[in-house]
Design a binder for this molecule. Structure first.
Ligand code: PEP
Ligand code: MN
Length: 372
């Protein structure tokens, strides 16, 4: 059971104290508090966990601090929708709003290699009015002898250049909680010229200790990839780990399924599940067409498979696109074969726009059709 308290409730107030005392005395019930800091208001949610079937809903609703009660299903306690359309969806970070309606593009380097390439990438994004990017500093690699990323050494110039080109959010994978510390320290030292969205890679989706550590910090939002060859429900539960530790500013990213049926693509495109994730949870949903397709093959109609997959995700309502670009893909140290070239950026953005307009039109049509 979920209790939503009156907005901006003061925890020292008599109403809160009285409510909390009543709840804490309920037998066989664990009481868990969760704060939701929205743009305009601060909400306190209280979860009653355990044998809630016997609890009298009307008594709970009558408690002085309680605004309303929502019955929740077992799955995705915090991130789930639970048939309640009134709870906030999404969050704001560094001046940018992320939710289940908007679309943001995070085009950038799979892995930072040189300062020159970072600058060329950011300059191209800024020329197109983009405010988000992806930049990998810590790379989880299948082969231990492959380039592992420059780590904290590349953070100062990456952050400073992002600031110079007006980039507000960088999606950056972390594979250890120490990396969060390194990112935070470097952002502080460079005067916070930009922001970071911590990315959890597909191989770490069920690294529960990492999830808990990242969930305990609330400074940086998290982009969590669908897990490697595991059911969707397990990946959504992994996202819930972050929220259960306190950080519900989470974006869920589909990146294709690890499967031999994917060939000749790298992973089997799973973007038809965007509406499923939106229905089950309140998370914005991203797509990573680069790691799904894994190459630059072009179909007879002139479009790269990568463009087709992106459009499929956007037309199904994707809220974020994570996509690899590189100034010189042949020289990229990670995933060069799937990188788009900087000259392709305007074409890519226009193609996304076409798919987005089609999605918006489809949404309007569905609304009209439902009222008939
Ligand atoms: C990445 O986005 O750089 C990446 C490694 O993706 P994934 O974890 O989905 O393989
Ligand atoms: Mn990659």
């Amino acid at each position: 059971m979920l209790l939503i308290l009156h907005p901006h409730i003061d925890e020292n107030s008599a109403a809160f104290q009285q409510t909390w005392a009543y709840l804490a005395a309920l037998p066989n019930i664990r009481v868990q508090k969760h704060i939701v800091q929205g743009k305009a208001q601060r909400l306190t949610e209280i979860y009653l966990i355990g044998d809630t079937a016997k609890i009298d809903r009307e008594l709970i609703e009558a408690l002085p601090a309680v605004e309303r009660v929502v019955r929740i299903s077992e799955e995705y306690r915090i991130l789930g929708r639970h048939k309640d359309e009134r709870r906030a969806i999404g969050f704001e970070y560094n001046g940018i709003q992320f939710d289940q309606d908007r679309l943001h593009i995070f085009a950038g380097l799979c892995a930072v290699d040189t300062k020159e390439n970072v600058e060329a990438m950011l300059k191209a994004l800024s020329a197109q009015g983009q405010r988000c990017t992806r930049m990998g500093a810590y790379k989880p690699r299948t082969n231990p002898y492959s380039f592992q990323g420059h780590g904290k050494g590349c953070l100062p110039y990456t952050f400073e250049l992002a600031g110079k080109y007006g980039i507000k959010v960088i999606a950056m994978e972390v594979t250890h909680e120490d990396h969060v510390e390194q990112i935070d320290t470097c952002l502080e030292q460079t005067g916070r010229p930009t922001g970071v969205m911590l990315q959890i890679g597909t191989r770490n989706t069920q690294n529960f200790e990492l999830l808990k550590a990242i969930g305990r910090q609330a400074k940086y939002p998290v982009l969590i990839k669908r897990g490697y060859g595991i059911p969707l429900t397990e990946s959504l539960n992994a996202a819930e780990y972050l929220a259960s530790e306190g950080n519900a500013n989470v974006i869920f990213c589909l990146r294709g399924m690890h499967s031999s049926f994917a060939a000749p693509h790298r992973n089997l495109v799973d973007f038809a599940q965007i509406p499923v994730v939106k229905r089950l949870t309140r998370m914005p949903v991203g797509i990573d067409p680069s790691h799904s397709i894994g190459g630059r093959d072009r179909s007879p109609d002139g479009l790269l498979d990568l463009f087709h997959a992106t459009a499929q995700g956007v037309i199904a309502g994707a809220n974020l696109i994570l996509v690899d670009f590189h100034p010189e893909p042949l020289k990229a140290l990670v995933d060069g074969p799937q990188a788009l070239r900087l000259e392709e950026l305007p074409h890519f953005l226009e193609d996304v726009q076409i798919a987005r307009e089609a999605y918006e039109k489809r949404r309007r049509l569905a609304k009209t059709a439902m009222t008939i």
